[in-house]
Design a protein around this ligand. Sequence first.
Ligand SMILES: C[S@@+](CC[C@H](N)C(=O)[O-])C[C@H]1O[C@@H](n2cnc3c(N)ncnc32)[C@H](O)[C@@H]1O
Length: 273
Amino acid sequence: MTPLVPDDIEFELLLEAIWQKHGYDFRQYARSSLRRRMEAFLQKYNLASFSHLQYRILRDPSFFGRSLDEITVRTTEMFRDSFFFTALRNEVLPILQTYPALNIWHAGCSTGEEVYSVAILLMEAGLYERSTIYATDINPVVLEAAQEGRYPVAKIKEMTKAYQQSGGVLPFSNYYTCKDDVAKLNPEIKKNVVFSTHNLATDESFIDAQLVICRNVLIYFDRNLQDRAVALMTRSLSHRGFLCLGSKESASFLKAKVNLEVFAKDAKIYRKL
Ligand SMILES: C[S@@+](CC[C@H](N)C(=O)[O-])C[C@H]1O[C@@H](n2cnc3c(N)ncnc32)[C@H](O)[C@@H]1O
């Protein structure tokens, strides 16, 4: 066995320290991208090595809160991948029409753009009143922003375009009001959304949902953790429920796929068997 170089050992010990001290388990995240983010973090705080970062994370109580936001990737957009939202609108929602009440779980919801995109689709399909959306993330900082539902006015043009590309035909301005540089989503869009922390690496199932959406989260996990997360989400689906993954993600190679069939291949939508 080739011995690890000191940097590698320090990196492994750092992940172990975060787990033991703070209960966040990054040990099964895809190594190279996690390490790149941690290296950028070292630079930002002018820390000489992973051991110095470990010292701060173990000894400075407020430091880990700030680090969590740097370790995770929060990139998101409204109606990101319009083809996915078109498939959801045209193929999945007509089937969900047959349910008297709907539970929807958004795992890894970041700052809420994707959650509110789905809320808008549900409103337009006449399903929102009977829906509860549980939107979860590991990072409390993004959840706070998501709850606000306030986005820069500069993004409205791009959001409107994405809404239209996904098949939206109403004026997108129906959904927000602008004040100064901020577009605030209308309260009706937010009223059936419940935000909460939940960690796909360590927490259990808490819901029986007809639709689970977890897009662009599994790419940060290694194969074992992807398997855990997909198994957990599949357990959280009711009979014939739908699981939606991101465009670069797939359940096809995972052990957990045994309870799933492909529903819309390109849109990465699966259905529980
Ligand atoms: C790139 S964003 C994706 C946001 C949104 N789903 C989308 O596709 O637009 C990834 C999100 O996953 C969250 N995340 C990372 N690890 C997680 C975990 N173990 N459990 C739950 N959420 C996690 C991050 O905090 C981040 O908000």
